[in-house]
Design a protein around this ligand. Structure first.
Ligand code: ADP
Length: 239
């Protein structure tokens, strides 16, 4: 997979400019976080990269298949967990049986074993997010776009999920672009943090995160981690 390049991205909703002249790169296999206040245009950038909305400028190098996890409504409530998880595969023509086999091989690791036949409404917040993530990964795409993947999860479980995603992600050859307004989440899960301001969304600062992968809980307590989080936070609150 080649590097993804976003150049002079501008998005308008009628006359309202939501994103203005945003350019950045997503190097192969690296993880990008888009950080900024609510409403600044982060989701709009993600939707543009996913090809879901019209824009001006260019987005080059995106793979044919992209896994996109929107903020809400990832799992269809009228389908069981298993059916939700097999859907990205069966939509591509893979047989139900084969899709189930594939999903089953990940259930344990995603903490969903025994919940295959349940409906999304009975899952806890953390379980729902893990199921939504697994569903996104089942697209088997080299690029995944995550829109506040842990937004609905409490602070403690959120950290648990960070560790869990970081560990799981090591085995998949993917790049991610993740939207978040949690500075520590951005630093822990990314190689490059793009701080935005808006609307319209504009890049304020780009912070490189040179911490090695896989990262674990000890990285969160290091002076380097604290320094990086401070650098991002300063850029976020700077006027
Ligand atoms: P963020 O993800 O940073 O919270 P969004 O990208 O969702 O921000 O929204 C950026 C701005 O665009 C906001 O002011 C929002 O109200 C506006 N917006 C988002 N979607 C639409 C839409 N479909 N029509 C009109 N305005 C929209």
């Amino acid at each position: 997979m080649s590097e993804i390049t976003v150049r002079n991205l501008t998005v308008k909703y009628d006359d309202f400019v939501a994103v203005e002249d945003v350019s950045f790169d997503v190097p192969h296999g690296l993880h990008i976080a888009l950080v900024g206040p609510s409403g600044c245009g982060k989701s709009t950038i993600l939707k543009s990269v996913a090809g879901l909305i019209p824009y001006t400028g260019t987005v080059d190098g995106t793979p044919e298949r992209i896994g996109y996890m929107p903020q809400k409504g990832v799992l269809l409530p009228w389908y069981t967990v298993m059916k939700n998880l097999t859907l990205p595969l069966t939509l591509r023509g893979i047989s139900e049986k084969e899709a189930q086999k594939k999903v089953e091989s990940h259930l344990e690791e995603f903490g969903l074993k025994g919940f295959e036949d349940k409906y999304p409404s009975v899952l806890s917040g953390g379980m729902y997010q893990r199921a939504a993530l697994l569903r996104t990964l089942m697209v088997e795409a080299p690029l995944i776009l995550l829109d506040e993947p842990f937004g609905a999860v409490d602070a403690l479980n959120r950290r648990r999920l960070w560790l869990w995603l970081e560990e799981r992600r090591m085995g998949w050859d993917i790049s991610t672009i993740m939207v978040t307004h949690d500075v520590e989440e951005a630093v822990f899960l990314s190689d490059i943090v793009i701080v935005l301001d808006g609307p319209p969304a504009r890049i304020k600062k780009v912070v490189n995160v040179p911490l090695p992968h896989p990262r674990d809980i000890h990285h969160m307590g290091t002076p380097q981690f604290a320094h990086l989080a401070e650098e991002v936070l300063e850029a976020v609150i700077e006027r």
